[in-house]
Write a protein that binds this ligand. Structure first.
Ligand code: LRH
Ligand code: MN
Length: 427
């Protein structure tokens, strides 16, 4: 299924005058504040977010999964679904694959198919947290940290194979998340496990093409519940620093213990030039993988405050981070959930761009916390939705993506096309 420009144009027609009015009001206000509104909109349009291939179907938990039908049955259909999102918001221009869930059967065909939707392939993800049918050795007790050299070698070979798949697709980075850990005190020798993980990652790093990056994703717990080898940003940063200039830390927002100051972690990693990218989502308790901005939009804004400061600092050595979503949809339509997540990320970025940085720095240097908060919240309390909508309109996308998605009855048509019982690979 594809969404044609005519439909989007006619749908925009219904809300165009309202949009023009709210956009004119907001850009007038920003103009008077000296904000370069068109420069602003260009920055928003250029900000493309990668969609996870494993989150285009209904997610579940060990207690249950309630698929909504019309889920993609193949990599081609997954690309079609990301194409649908991109047609509606022109901000989802990349797809991040998970291997072996998404091994392309015909690389050239899938590249052409993605290109026909205006999509590229972002980071590829390896998977040594599940055993595949024909696998010689089990990852039950870990992969790159395993006590058995044969298991470690198997996991290293898998990562090198994932890099080969990514290379063929035009991807330029590998994300390694390891479930490796223990569930009982005494079960694991922490030092041996970390050293083996580092040595294994060194072989993977050496197998990467010169222009590739390696993202080391950390997580405090799950699936093991006493220790995780790469448990926090510090351990990931340690490994990335040991590995080399093309190894970075990946920040999954859900991979932090309650009340962790994630924006400070982001500032620190950017200062070190070691922030590789993000897995955006939101959570209340654990790695809940909920819609971005659904629970903690102010935290997301504070994270983008640090990102914009780092990205606009001419002395910064940090490369442009990879913007990716990592979510699981147990209740909402996966595509609507992803449209909401992309919007929330754009809103946080746009509000962070509005912060009056010179005056914020003045307030900080003069130890005026009230003034600093006033400046932050002035930006956060600015309704920038007309700016994001204008960026979409100028890019030929929908002023209101979710309304357009519903007006087109996309899910109903996907169920007609794919069936009510089609299940997508992934979590
Ligand atoms: C682990 C994780 C990782 C992925 C998986 C799908 O919790 O965040 O990024 O490989 O989810
Ligand atoms: Mn993740």
């Amino acid at each position: 299924m594809r969404i044609d420009a005519e439909f989007i144009q006619s749908h925009n027609g219904k809300t165009l005058s309202d949009h023009r009015e709210s956009f004119a009001y907001l850009s007038g206000k920003l103009d008077r504040k000296g904000v370069d509104v068109s420069g602003f909109i260009q920055k928003i349009s250029k900000f493309q977010i990668a969609i996870p291939s494993w989150a285009l179907g209904t997610g579940g938990t060990r207690f249950g999964r309630f698929p909504g039908g019309g889920e993609p049955r193949s990599l081609e259909e997954k690309v079609d679904d990301v194409g649908l999102l991109h047609a509606l918001n022109r901000a989802s221009g990349a797809i991040s694959l998970h291997i072996p869930w998404d091994i392309p059967s015909d690389v050239d065909a899938i590249k052409a198919h993605a290109a026909s939707h205006g999509l590229v392939f972002d980071a590829v993800n390896s998977n040594t947290f599940q055993d595949q049918p024909a696998q010689a050795h089990s990852y039950k007790f870990g992969s790159l940290c395993h006590t058995s050299h044969a298991v470690r070698q198997q996991a290293i070979d898998h990562n090198l194979e994932v890099i080969r798949h990514g290379e063929a697709l035009g991807s330029k980075s590998l994300t390694v998340w390891l479930a490796d850990g223990s569930s009982f005190p005494g079960q694991m020798n922490f030092r041996k496990a970390l050293q083996r993980t580092l040595d294994s990652l060194k072989e993977i790093y050496a197998g990467m093409p010169e222009d590739w990056k390696l993202f080391v994703e950390y997580k405090p717990y799950e699936p093991y519940f006493y220790s995780t080898v790469i448990q926090d940003w510090g351990t990931s940063h340690l490994l990335a620093s040991e590995l080399g200039d093309r190894a970075f830390t990946l920040v999954d927002l859900g991979h932090h213990l309650p009340n962790t100051n994630i924006e400070q972690i982001v500032a620190t990693l950017m200062m070190r030039g070691k922030l590789g990218g993000f897995h955006f989502n939101d959570s209340k308790f654990g790695d809940d993988d909920l819609t971005v901005g659904a629970l903690k939009p102010y935290q997301l804004f504070l994270i983008f405050n640090e990102l914009v400061e780092g990205m606009e600092d001419p002395r910064s050595t940090n490369p442009s981070p990879a913007w990716m979503i990592d979510a699981s949809h147990n209740l909402k339509d996966p595509l609507e959930d992803l449209l909401q997540s992309v919007e929330a990320i754009q809103l946080a970025y746009a509000q962070a761009l509005l912060i009056d940085r010179p005056r914020l720095e003045e307030a900080r240097e003069s130890n005026d916390p009230a003034k600093a908060q006033e400046l932050l919240q002035d930006a956060h309390r600015t309704d920038v939705r007309p700016l994001i909508a204008e960026a979409r309109l100028r890019a030929g996308a929908a002023i209101q993506p979710i309304e357009a998605f519903r007006a087109l009855e996309v899910r109903k048509r996907l169920i007609e096309e794919r069936g009510a019982k089609s299940i997508s690979t992934g979590l």
